[in-house]
Design a protein around this ligand. Structure first.
Ligand code: PBG
Length: 309
């Protein structure tokens, strides 16, 4: 009766990995229980998640190396794997929301979220915005409901909002990766997509783990630029940032329970050192308690089953 927070399947977004082909469900070694799905099997999995009450999936493409280039042009191929997947899911399951990823890393031979200056190695912020804009358009045209800029370029939320609104896509939402920290917790995700940076790190565009005021500044900017949701990523080591954002905005706040957080639980559970089911529910409740409205988590399907049972 006096419980303050509740965890429901409808709070959860399931991130899913997609690969070209058919009949493929290829395990990701560093993320036990997670797979790269070809579109046919991805659809089946989406139906399962939808039936469990998960309202939204977030898609990430594993692109084959021969399509990766310095200018990441596969990112806005309207017939590319990613766009076909969005359209197909919306066609089969119109009520399941599809959230996308906007960043160059899956398509970039440099493995960076932005374009890299070949001479200096610097990330080219404004030149990258143009490509992100093209990605937003093809994703919106394919039927995406929520666009997720995870690239951390400055000014991208406003840039994308303007492009969408000028082309009749004012109803497409933007979930900004507002406070995305340069984090070692993304390691298993980069294994899944083979997308680790070839040189350097992401510290010139992702946030310094020591900062929290900067997250509030990023939140103000994103809000002014038209974001519909603000996200904190990673989640567990940054619960204080979620709580601070909750106090500073009336927008929905999302938490990303990232790959490394997932893999640590799975590894300890495999060794029999922790009670996996209880740890999952306790972890997800911590995000709700900190003030998140929505949680992106690789545990989405598993948690939904635990909540229902
Ligand atoms: C890259 C991106 C990353 C994740 C989501 N989008 C990795 C990175 O920034 O290197 C990480 C998600 C996870 O670890 O679960 N645009």
């Amino acid at each position: 009766m006096v419980r303050e927070n509740h965890l429901l399947p409808s709070d959860l977004i399931a991130p899913l990995f997609l690969v070209e082909g058919s009949g493929i469900k290829s395990p990701i070694p560093s993320m036990p229980g997670q797979f790269r799905y070809s579109l046919d099997l991805l659809l089946k999995h989406c139906i399962e998640l939808y039936d469990l009450g998960i309202p939204c999936v977030a898609l990430f493409p594993a692109i084959s190396d021969h399509l990766k280039t310095p200018n990441a042009k596969e990112a806005y191929n309207k017939d590319g794997l990613y766009q076909r997947a969005i359209a197909e899911i919306k066609n089969k399951l119109p009520n399941l929301m599809v959230m996308t990823d906007i960043a160059l890393d899956p398509y970039s031979s440099d493995g960076h979220d932005g374009l890299v200056d070949a001479k200096t190695g610097e990330i080219l912020n404004d030149e990258t915005l143009e490509i992100l804009g093209k990605m937003a358009m093809v994703q919106a045209q394919a039927g995406a409901d929520i666009l997720g800029p995870s690239d951390m370029m400055d000014g991208r939320v406003g840039y994308l909002r303007k492009i969408l609104d000028s082309d009749n896509f004012s109803q497409v939402s933007i979930m900004s990766y507002t406070a995305k920290y340069a984090s070692a917790f993304y390691g298993p995700f980069r294994d899944a997509l083979n997308s680790a940076p070839k040189k350097g790190d992401k510290k010139t565009y992702q946030m310094d783990m020591s900062n929290v005021r900067e997250a509030l500044r990023e939140a103000k900017l994103d809000e002014a630029e038209g974001a519909d949701f603000l996200m904190v990523k990673p989640g567990l080591a940054y619960l204080d940032v979620i709580a601070r954002l909750r106090d500073h905005t009336y927008l929905p706040v999302a938490a990303y329970n990232v790959s490394g957080e997932y893999s640590m639980v799975k590894a300890a559970a495999e060794k029999g050192w922790i009670d996996e089911d209880k740890i999952i529910l306790e972890t997800l409740m911590s995000f709700k308690r900190a003030g998140a409205d929505v949680v992106l988590t690789y545990f989405a399907g598993q948690a939904a089953k635990l909540i229902v049972s």
